[in-house]
Design a binder for this molecule. Structure first.
Ligand SMILES: Nc1nc2c(ncn2[C@@H]2O[C@H](COP(=O)(O)OP(=O)(O)OP(=O)(O)O)[C@@H](O)[C@H]2O)c(=O)[nH]1
Length: 370
């Protein structure tokens, strides 16, 4: 039991320290708070000299409350929540049953048996909450930890149910196994939860560094990274690769006439429209101020020209509504394909740019093939 208390305090310290970062996500704080509560509860249950109310009743309720908070954190992580009523019910069940076996029908065996099964169940519910997300690579470790910890506690419950006297537990193989599995499960859970948060941070960083904040399209760094991959994939598969450069016409006039927020909305609108035309593996990047790049895998020159013409017509037809203003805009486009050039994305983009500027010179609101 001493080992388990030490491991609980250690994993709690780890989770609390990781949640101290000012911008830590709420789920991380729920996990830390839940572990603090569970640690306090565990110490209360095992501290000699405390009155039975704290030792045998409140201790269990505080552990259950802690597990409720951990479950809430997991639900928040999965873009869900767990109401305070549910947490109160989780806590209340532990409180009532522990009080029953302490005051109404006093039985240490029954109390330990209940706590083993009940806390096992709560840990398996936590595992289930993670499993619903189905991202095993990210949350598989924490899930395994909850299953393991639940298993260890369940074994403890089984032992108490089948062996009358808790005192002869030390000799039991079941108890020895659970003494190993429970702290191991706690350690795995702590590392698993921290790993889940790390993945989130990494994903957030990746998005920040590769996506344009205004339009959600790829930025230059994102285009460089993903464009290279798309080009290589097309080349290896023997498919043609098309690039469409899109530039809003007279964008400066839109900004000067309606203001920058309207200009921003035009850019967002254009990105939304283009995205509607994209297949999952196509790329859209914001190349400069009002210039976008579309990279299409497996699309030849004729098909790319058709896509560009369809887009141009749609842009010309659409109206951007913003702050009681209705704004129309057009775009010029340059289309190039690996059939005429090669698969080098930088060369394709500069050839597409040249074709796009030709479209500008030819009067704008048109598509020209390079
Ligand atoms: N609202 C807004 N404006 C931007 C943004 N980035 C660049 N711009 C503006 O876009 C304008 C681009 O102007 P120009 O390069 O002259 O292009 P244009 O007016 O579209 O002219 P043509 O391309 O020749 O039709 C500049 O006034 C920039 O300040 C942005 O993120 N938001």
């Amino acid at each position: 039991m001493l080992v388990q208390i030490c491991v609980t305090l250690l994993t709690t310290a780890l989770l609390v320290a990781s949640a101290c970062y000012t911008d830590s996500p709420p789920e991380q704080r729920w996990w830390a708070a839940g572990n603090v509560a569970a640690s306090v509860g565990m110490v209360m249950c095992n501290l000699d000299g405390l009155p039975p109310l704290a030792n045998a009743v409140l201790g269990y309720a505080v552990i259950a409350f802690g597990l409720g908070l951990v479950l809430r954190g997991l639900r928040v992580y999965c873009a869900n929540t767990l109401s305070w009523t549910s947490i109160a019910i989780i806590t209340g069940i532990a409180l009532v049953i522990a009080a029953y076996y302490t005051y109404v029908a006093p039985s240490l065996r029954a109390r330990l048996c209940f706590s083993g099964f009940y806390f096992a169940l709560l840990n398996w519910i936590c595992a289930l909450a993670i499993a619903q997300r189905r991202s095993w690579r990210v949350s598989g470790i924490a899930l395994a930890g909850f299953v393991l910890l639940g298993g260890g506690l369940f074994l403890r419950g089984v032992h108490m149910a089948t062996h009358g006297d808790p005192a002869d537990g030390a000799s039991s193989l079941v108890i020895a196994l659970s003494a190993l599995v429970v702290p191991l499960g706690q350690i795995i859970i702590a590392f698993g939860l921290i790993l889940m948060v790390m993945w989130r941070y990494a994903e957030r960083l990746r998005r920040l560094s590769t996506l344009d904040a205004l339009t959600g399209a790829l930025n230059r760094a994102g285009l460089e990274m993903q464009g290279k991959r798309t080009g290589l994939r097309a080349q290896r598969g023997g498919r043609s690769l098309a690039v469409i450069m899109i530039d809003v016409d007279y964008f400066k006039v839109i900004n000067d006439t309606y203001g920058h927020p309207v200009g921003d909305e035009v850019l967002r609108h254009l990105a939304r429209l283009v995205r509607l035309e994209l297949r999952p593996h196509d790329l859209l990047a914001r190349f400069g101020g009002e210039e976008f790049v579309l990279v299409l895998d497996g699309v030849d020159r004729e098909a790319a020209l058709k896509v560009a013409e369809r887009l141009r017509a749609r842009i010309e037809y659409e109206i951007v509504e913003f702050d009681n203003l209705s704004v129309r805009y057009t775009a010029s486009m340059g289309v190039v394909c690996s059939d005429q050039h090669d698969y080098d994305l930088i060369r394709l983009i500069s050839a597409g740019d040249a074709a796009m500027y030709e479209a500008k010179r030819a009067g704008r609101n048109r598509v020209i093939a390079g």
